[in-house]
Structures are given as structure tokens and as C-alpha cells.
Design a protein. Structure first.
Length: 160
């Protein structure tokens, strides 16, 4: 692959693949940042899909994870059923979030690190004791490749 290549609109990092490889090799976001030579928050934005690294950095990320650049790229799915309203708080199925997090062998702290939240915040989401922003729900959906309806729920009716 030519590493002067430019991203196309339909390409993005395969977040699931990156996080599976990170877990298998016990590599943190900070480890990737140090290897690539960027700030940890920059690497964190890459692994949660908030921004895309240059292909020069992609080569280094792939080297750090002992894989190829091609293995870390996927095609975006532009058919998400949500509208971009990042500051609206919504309800989620906390048990489903816990289940999908555990399926991907992530701890509360690791998911929190990926999303830029404290471990206790992720735990509150899983216990359904706090709301989540629309933007963060979208990041979780993109990270795990799940559907909007599997994560987001209507508010519960109060007990009478």
C-alpha cells in the first residue's frame, strides 16, 4: 500500500479489530501513543473513531499491533438511524452495554479510557443509574458495531 494514500469518505479504522488486537497483546492506548509518538488523547481519539490518523501513523499503529494497515481499515456504514444531536441525554440498556463490553474483553476502566470517561461513569451507565449523551451512545455503537435500537431504550415508567 502507498502510505501517501488519502482516506476516502467510506474508509475508517476498524475499531473492533484494533481493540481486539490491543486486548490480545495487552497494549494500552498510552502504549500506542508512545510507539507512534503522539499525545495519548490523540491516540484515544483514533481508537474511538473521533478522528483518523495519517497513513504514516497508521503504519506505526499497525507495527505496534503486529498487523498490517490493510487489516485495520474498514468501510464506514453510513446508515445509522440516529441524528447528530450530541448534547441530548438518553437512556440505554445498561445490561446490554455490560454484556457487549465483556464480549470484547474490556474492563470498565478500559472502556472508560476509550470513551474519555471515568470507570465509575461507565459503571453507572451499566447500572442504569445515570444517563448518557447521544454523542457517547453513537461512539459506543460505532466502537462495537451494534445497532442503535439494541443500546438505546425509552425511559422507564415510574413505579406507582
Amino acid at each position: 500500500m502507498n502510505y501517501k494514500y488519502k482516506w476516502t469518505n467510506s474508509e475508517c479504522l476498524d475499531l473492533i479489530k484494533i481493540n481486539q488486537l490491543r486486548k490480545e497483546k495487552q497494549i494500552t492506548v498510552n502504549d500506542i501513543a508512545a510507539y507512534v509518538g503522539v499525545w495519548p488523547n490523540t491516540a484515544s481519539r483514533w481508537v474511538i473513531g473521533k478522528s483518523r490518523p495519517s497513513f504514516k501513523h497508521m503504519k506505526l499503529i499497525a507495527d505496534c499491533l503486529s498487523t498490517t494497515v490493510e487489516n485495520l481499515i474498514t468501510t464506514k456504514d453510513h446508515n445509522h438511524p440516529y441524528r447528530p444531536t450530541p448534547n441530548i441525554n438518553i437512556f440505554i440498556y445498561g445490561g446490554y452495554l455490560r454484556s457487549i463490553r465483556e464480549q470484547h474483553a474490556l474492563t470498565l476502566g478500559e472502556l472508560g479510557e476509550l470513551l474519555g470517561y471515568a470507570e465509575t461513569t461507565v459503571g453507572n451507565w451499566e447500572r442504569e443509574s445515570s444517563l448518557i449523551t447521544h454523542k457517547t451512545a453513537k461512539e459506543i455503537i460505532d466502537l462495537f458495531g451494534i445497532s442503535w435500537n439494541s443500546l438505546v431504550r425509552e425511559p422507564k415508567e415510574p413505579d406507582k
